[in-house]
Design a protein around this ligand. Structure first.
Ligand SMILES: Cc1ncc(COP(=O)(O)O)c(C=O)c1O
Length: 426
């Protein structure tokens, strides 16, 4: 038998520290919402590989679809010899994206690539240069998406210079004293100080900031942004990489705002753990780049597309969008009970579907984040058999992102562990 510690030592010697790992737990196998490590320890998974296995680890339907696709072929390159599963998936995504305009899609491999492609498409379509993103937003680790990301450590630190023509506006978070009005005023100032709206190609927003700390973009704010984009001919990009595929209790989170984005990214939950990402958008905008200008060798892998079609079937058959709301309610109840027990430590609780967070502070003060306690919670939970994730621009948010298939008893069991860790550490 090998141990987690042995693997961690080998990993640290072989893999650069930049690709860090949250806990020194080496996965041996995983099933639905449980993971077993190389020592045989069992963990409840409240992270789903960062909102990826929404349908649970190793869902038999998805495994079967992948096996069948593997038997047919694993790669021909969608840009050389395309295949049925990619066309069928594009048709489904076009139907699922909010809004009535005709839609088209493209396939890439990672979330960051999807975001980059939104910028390319928006620039090709408008002939403009600027891109607006928001403070605290996260859009990826490539050069352009790092520039769009509104958080320095660890994403941007040491990596400049960044691509030009990227601007950041304030994101409304009442808990931190930024109202919708303040945020919109900030955007207006940006139009006066940094870039004229007629030079802006795209504005990109997460309907709930993910890595930034699970701060929802209020519906009114999203609607106001849609209005500003309409007024100035700016392409509205909804980054649904973390919020999509049922996570927030709607198929796509933007549905809550009742608006139609011009372009929308999807990744993570789309293919049950197989690397696939997409951009879907209004057909006339999507068709602006010339043939060959978008894509890549592995974009739209047939394995990923077959997995994604199976994910869609499972989501429908098992009612997972609705289940995200029930799971979320169960989590929120427990987290709010904990907040009543620890009012000076759990400063804020946020929940939209199965995207649940608690923000840890000192003395009940929003301006005194407690990233040390947050880190300690993740470590203590791992020791007690629970995978927990943190996030937040201040590093002080525990986020709960379970598979949408998690049984109720495991939510209760995992939350008991959270309660024990909190009691132990405070
Ligand atoms: C909202 C959002 N955009 C983009 C990304 C980048 O995706 P990837 O890590 O697949 O490149 C992420 C990943 O966490 C994300 O949450």
């Amino acid at each position: 038998m090998t141990t987690n510690d042995e693997w961690q030592a080998r990993k640290e010697a072989a893999v650069a520290r930049g690709q860090g790992n949250a806990s020194p737990i080496y996965a041996e196998r995983a099933r639905n919402s449980e993971i077993w490590d190389v020592e045989g320890n069992r963990y409840i998974d409240f992270g789903a590989g960062i909102a990826v296995v929404n349908t649970g680890h190793g869902h038999p339907r998805i495994v079967q679809a992948v096996r069948e696709q593997l038997d047919r072929f694993s790669h021909t390159c969608v840009m050389v010899t395309p295949y049925d599963v990619s066309v069928r998936l594009a048709e489904k995504l076009n139907e699922l994206m909010p809004g009535d305009s005709p839609k088209k899609s493209i396939f890439v491999t990672t979330g960051a690539e999807a975001v980059e492609n939104c910028v390319k498409i928006a620039r090709a379509s408008t002939g403009r240069r600027g891109v607006i993103a928001f403070n605290g937003g996260f859009h990826g680790r490539t050069s352009l998406t790092m520039a769009l990301t509104g958080k320095i450590a660890p994403y941007k630190h040491l990596f400049g210079p960044f691509p030009a023509e990227v601007y950041h506006a304030p994101f409304p978070i009442e808990y931190h004293g930024v109202s919708i009005r303040d945020a919109l005023r900030g955007l207006d100032d940006l139009f006066k100080v940094d870039i004229a709206p007629r030079d802006v190609a795209a504005l990109i927003v997460e309907p709930v900031q993910g890595e930034g700390g699970f701060y929802p973009a209020p519906v009114e704010f999203q609607r106001a942004l849609r209005g500003i984009c309409d007024e100035h001919g700016i392409v509205y990009v909804a980054d649904e990489i973390q919020t999509g595929f049922g996570r927030t209790g709607r198929f796509f989170c933007t549905e809550y705002a009742g608006i139609e984005p011009d372009l929308m990214t999807a990744a993570k939950g789309i293919a049950g753990g197989f690397p696939l990402a997409t951009v879907t958008g209004k057909a006339e905008i999507m068709d602006a780049p010339l043939p060959g200008g978008l894509g890549g060798t592995y974009g739209g892998s047939p394995i990923g597309c077959a997995a994604a079609l199976a994910v869609l079937d499972v989501m429908e058959e098992e009612g997972l969008v609705e289940r995200a709301n029930r799971i979320g309610a169960q989590f929120a109840e427990r987290v709010r009970d904990l907040q009543r027990e620890h009012p000076r430590t759990i400063g804020d609780v946020r929940q939209l579907g199965a995207m649940i967070a608690m923000e840890l502070v000192k003395d009940g003060d929003p301006s005194q984040p407690d990233p040390e306690l947050t880190r300690a919670m993740v470590g203590a939970a791992a020791k007690r058999g629970l995978i927990l994730l943190s996030c937040g621009i201040r590093g002080n948010v525990i986020r709960f992102l379970p598979p949408l298939t998690i049984p109720q008893e495991q939510i209760a069991e995992g939350m008991d562990t959270v309660a024990k860790c909190l009691a132990e550490l405070t």
